[in-house]
Write a protein that binds this ligand. Structure first.
Ligand SMILES: O=C(O)CCC(=O)C(=O)O
Length: 276
């Protein structure tokens, strides 16, 4: 599908747009470690809502950059659940600033509690009136990793994401389930067929204001609803993994072109360490 015309129809009122990279970060979290109860909640439940990680000026700047990336980059997939762009930071200087954002990296490191490196990023756009939900799944089974037991994703809302626009729902405690086979995120029964007890786990749905984010553990099962609104749901995700994660030889779009050998640590320009 040609991205251009479809996306141009969605363009926003850019009254807050700035062409200059915003250097002022959210005051709410500057020079402040995450409170111990938030860290404990993440480790017990497998996910956490962190409000106001981006300022309104940052949101406008990165939303514009994400839209421009969607117009210019070939998507990895444009399937019913979402339009997916992978490793946007490698082609967009503006999005690189978000993917390597020091505040997000620091918060992720505090939650994981171990040194991290970048695994990859993604822009995930659910088009208006898209009836397809992203069904429950864990992320880790998709990845060619040995180790990486603390891998964590930041899911950043670049528009307001109420329930009706496709916010995320998490299954509390599901991050303790290891070694499940990959689940089909187009099939509502896939996860529960592989882990029947999870059907009865607490489900926590978290609407986000633009600039808020959720963090989730790579094995925390999650889904995102359909987008019933007139506005595209634009989210950016930054995926971090343990700094000592090794490549296991599996197939993945990020590692396929790199000629890695099974057993080697994911390192180098593609997987920069995150400074805490
Ligand atoms: O945004 C979505 O639709 C799903 C996101 C997701 O599965 C993830 O960030 O791991």
């Amino acid at each position: 599908m040609p991205n251009g015309p479809a996306l141009i129809k969605w363009r926003y009122n850019r009254s807050m747009e700035t062409d200059t990279h915003p250097t002022v970060h959210s005051e709410r979290w500057q020079n402040k470690v995450l409170p111990a109860d938030m860290v404990a909640s993440y480790r017990t439940r497998g996910f956490l809502h962190v409000p106001e990680v981006l300022t309104p000026v940052e949101v406008a700047y990165y939303r514009d950059a994400a839209e421009r990336a969607a117009l210019s980059m070939p998507p990895l997939s444009d399937r019913p659940v979402f339009l997916q762009l992978v490793n946007v930071w490698r082609s967009s200087d503006a999005m690189k600033q978000l993917t390597l954002h020091p505040l997000l990296g620091r918060l992720a490191s505090e939650l994981a509690g171990v040194p991290l490196r970048l695994w990859h990023d993604q822009i995930l756009i659910k088009k208006p009136h898209n009836s397809a939900a992203t069904q429950f799944h864990q992320d880790q089974p998709y990845w060619p990793h040995d180790g990486g037991t603390h891998a964590i994703s930041a899911w950043i809302a670049l528009v307001d994401v109420p329930v009706e626009r496709g916010c995320m729902t998490f299954l509390t405690g599901s991050h303790r389930f290891n070694n499940l086979p990959a689940q089909d995120l187009g099939d509502a029964h896939s996860l529960f067929g592989k882990a029947p007890s999870m059907e009865w786990f607490e489900r926590v749905t978290i609407p986000l204001r633009a600039g808020d984010c959720t963090f989730h553990h790579a094995r925390c099962a999650h889904m995102a609803g359909s987008n019933e609104t007139d506005v595209p749901r634009v989210a950016h995700t930054i995926i971090y993994t343990d700094a000592d994660t090794r490549f296991n030889g599996g197939n993945h779009v990020v590692t396929a072109p790199l000629g890695l050998v099974a057993g080697e640590v994911l390192t180098g320009d593609m997987f920069p360490p995150i400074n805490r």
